[in-house]
Design a protein around this ligand. Structure first.
Ligand code: GLC
Length: 424
């Protein structure tokens, strides 16, 4: 917890879950060139309305999305209930600018129901920015920054927008069953806690949903921090205390569907990112941007499937696992859950891997993907190396594993080490 009080009830599931799906879908998905398209191209309301007129998410299948997420090993999912363009994927009494009005679909309702049916926790993303609301003041990101006459701009009133923002969050937390997580987005120099009425909003959220997990982008401390398209390689701390965190990442650099962008991260890179997050006490929220019709594009679907092939065999090295106090050898990461220490081999060694400090501590070693025993012994220079040539760090106390020459055919090979005398 970042505000110093007792840890929120929701922190427990969030920490154990480790892996979630982010879903960016909205009118920008039809433009298919990044979710900031309206700002980047300074589109007028009328320009942008061409997507509203054509909005028809006939292939948005929340049940299929939920299944794909669960099969990828994800335990929660976060949908853009409203993005910066102000378009709402839910029925709101406060605006007509919604998917219900445009296409007769309450996608937040469909999403929440489908995720729960697959046993996933439900998260909603809500943009604090709103480029459609008549009271949201014009700033440098606003699509109308160069086109609104100054007289008209003066009439924008953030107090009225604030009431709308709070009202919509209330709608989301009261109309869709229990919401487990809220992802607000975002605070920047022109607008922050004061404009959002952040303290009051947070108090309302806590009152409506006491166990909910809330991120930190209201500009006041939340329950977790949100490094974006950045991969921490050590636990994150504030004033010396570890904080909960979740790295959010795109598949290809864009959150919204971006047809011509092929800069995809490979499944094996994504698995390493997931494991590195767990090894550093964090979560990974991996994004997909469904197409203009609402379907997962083939590349995203294939990526989720490939990750799932790994997580289905390696789930226990991820879910409920966290950092280890043991120091991993080079080119490896450790995750730990109770008496199980997981050695993730980022590069494949030739036959031997030396684990400092583990001699006498390991009861049994096996590959996690197939449960095959990995032989081990204590080697302190021994047979293959002259003692005086043993590299520094190969101290007595080192445990040596003997691996096959051929690397197992999984995205990231993992050896499960069963420790003596650790609390399960
Ligand atoms: C940034 C972007 C936004 C995206 C978000 C995801 O804040 O403005 O488009 O939804 O990151 O974390």
């Amino acid at each position: 917890m970042s505000d110093g009080s007792a840890e929120r009830a929701g922190a427990e599931w969030f920490r154990a879950a480790r892996f979630g799906l982010f879903v960016h879908f909205g009118l920008y998905s039809l433009a298919a060139r990044h979710e900031w398209v309206r700002s980047r191209e300074a589109m007028s309301d009328a320009d942008y309305d061409r997507y509203l007129e054509r909005f028809d998410p006939d292939l948005f299948d929340a049940a299929a999305l939920a299944r794909a997420a669960r099969e990828a090993g994800m335990r929660y999912a976060v949908l853009t209930a409203k993005h910066h363009d102000g378009f709402c994927l839910f029925g709101s009494a406060l605006t007509d600018y919604t998917s219900v009005r445009a296409a007769g679909r309450d996608l937040v309702a469909e999403f929440a129901e489908a995720m729960r049916a697959e046993g996933l926790r439900v998260g909603l993303y809500y943009s604090l920015l709103d480029w459609r609301h008549p009271d949201f003041t014009i700033d440098r990101y606003h699509p109308l920054r160069d086109s609104v006459p100054p007289e008209e701009a003066k009439g924008h009133d953030m107090a009225r927008y604030r009431a709308y923002l709070h009202g919509q969050v209330r709608e989301l937390l009261t109309g869709y069953g229990p919401v487990d997580l809220l992802f607000f987005d975002f605070t920047y120099p022109a607008k922050g806690p004061e404009e959002w009425g952040a303290a009051e909003l947070m108090a309302m959220v806590r009152e409506l949903s006491p166990g909910i997990v809330v991120n930190d982008r209201l500009g006041i401390p939340g329950d977790y921090v949100t490094p974006e398209q950045y991969q921490p390689d050590a636990p994150l701390t504030r004033d010396g205390a570890e904080v909960m965190w979740e790295a959010c990442h795109t598949l290809n650099g864009s959150w919204g569907y971006d047809r011509d962008n092929h800069d995809y991260k490979s499944p094996d890179l994504l698995v390493r990112m997931l494991v590195q997050s767990v090894a550093c006490g964090g979560n990974l929220l991996l994004n997909v941007g469904p197409t203009g019709r609402g379907a997962l594009d083939p590349r995203a679907a294939e990526t989720l499937r490939a990750i799932g092939a790994w997580t289905s065999l390696h789930a226990r090295a991820v879910h409920g696992a966290g950092p280890s106090a043991y120091e991993p050898p080079p080119n490896a990461l450790y995750t730990q859950r109770g008496d199980r220490l997981y050695l993730h081999l980022l590069a494949w060694p030739l036959k031997h891997v030396h684990l400092p400090g583990l001699a006498g501590r390991v009861r049994y070693a096996q590959f996690l993907h197939d449960g095959s025993e990995v032989r081990m012994r204590e080697l302190d220079g021994g047979e293959h190396e002259h003692n005086n040539l043993a590299p520094p760090g190969r101290e007595p106390g080192t445990l040596t594993l003997t691996l096959p020459v051929v690397r197992p055919d999984v995205l990231l090979p993992v050896v499960e080490l069963v420790l003596h005398g650790e609390e399960p």
